[in-house]
Design a protein around this ligand. Structure first.
Ligand code: YH5
Length: 279
């Protein structure tokens, strides 16, 4: 199985890929200037590469439940300078975490190779045309509702089956839009329109998605469901985040999205050393 992201090509099986999270958020120190948040995000991205990241995921829009949407001009100002600067300084693929086709297009022009679409384009084909035209990688993530409404009353009859049906339908629509299946990674979207129980069921049954024949990406790092299950504050969720990463990679997840690249790499490399010795 291959994942093609423009000039980059990942061939599986291989050790799980680490996608390091680079959030570009307003700088609380500067008086309206944009310099410091750009510089801090770039520095953080370089640190994550030194920790062993295989991909950097750059995002300018908070997608936490209830977060206000960021307008397009603001998202451009946050994300583009960071992608431009990182593209000139790292050799690994850059991903842009955006729901907006215009932001994706500009990020691809600035050197990004992957579009991480948490909305998976529920509205129209514009995002998919950008991905098809650039031969970019595409992360197709499941979300019920929108970031503003998704946690109000998530409901599924069978969350594992419904997410599987979503993947099947989206892979068909993507193909029709000119996005080859080899460009696509799938993501169940932990925390996006899911209760604690839904998140746990998805994690418990990750092996259900192997038959889709596409690499699975998973983002659990520091998420609220860990706090709900275990009562841990956000800064104390690393141990459970690592447990989920190891569990997921053992179940076949190929790309782990994380804030904590070095710690996650250590946990995954240990699991993989043991996995390689099973017979
Ligand atoms: C994801 O799962 N998640 S942004 C709240 C937290 C901690 C972390 C309350 N983008 C994903 O990371 N893209 C995000 O603590 C993503 N998969 C993909 N593909 C949310 C996030 C977070 C939210």
């Amino acid at each position: 199985m291959k994942w093609i992201c423009r000039q980059f090509e990942f061939a599986f099986p291989r050790p799980a890929l680490l996608m390091g999270i680079v959030n570009v958020t307003p700088d609380s120190f500067s008086d309206g200037g944009r310099f410091f948040d750009t510089a801090a995000a770039v520095r953080h991205g370089l640190d994550l590469v030194a920790e062993g990241a295989d991909i950097l995921d750059v995002g300018g829009e908070s997608t936490r439940p209830d977060a206000a949407p960021v307008d397009e001009a603001e998202e451009f100002r946050r994300v583009l300078p960071v992608i431009e600067r990182l593209a000139g300084r790292v050799t690994i693929p850059l991903s842009v975490d955006t729901q907006k086709p215009a932001v994706a297009r500009a990020a691809l022009a600035a050197g990004a190779s992957i579009v991480n679409d948490i909305a998976a384009n529920r509205t129209d084909g514009a995002m998919w045309r950008e991905v098809a035209g650039a031969h970019a990688g595409y992360v197709c993530m499941h979300m019920q509702g929108t970031p503003q409404t998704m946690q109000q009353a998530p409901h599924y009859d069978d969350v594992v089956r419904e997410v599987d049906g979503f993947f099947t339908e989206r892979l068909e629509r993507l193909a029709a839009a000119g996005v080859a299946s080899e460009q696509v990674a799938l993501d169940v979207g932990i925390g996006f329109g899911k209760t604690l129980e839904h998140n746990l069921q998805l994690l418990a049954r990750l092996d259900s998605y192997k038959k889709q024949g596409r690499p699975l990406l998973l983002g659990v790092s520091r998420k609220s469901f860990i706090g709900k299950l275990l009562g841990a504050d956000i800064e104390a969720r690393l141990p459970a985040s690592l447990a989920c990463a190891v569990w997921a990679a053992h179940a076949g997840v190929r790309i782990v999205r994380t804030h904590d690249v070095a710690a996650t790499a250590q946990a995954l490399r240990m699991m993989e050393a043991l996995q390689a010795r099973r017979h």
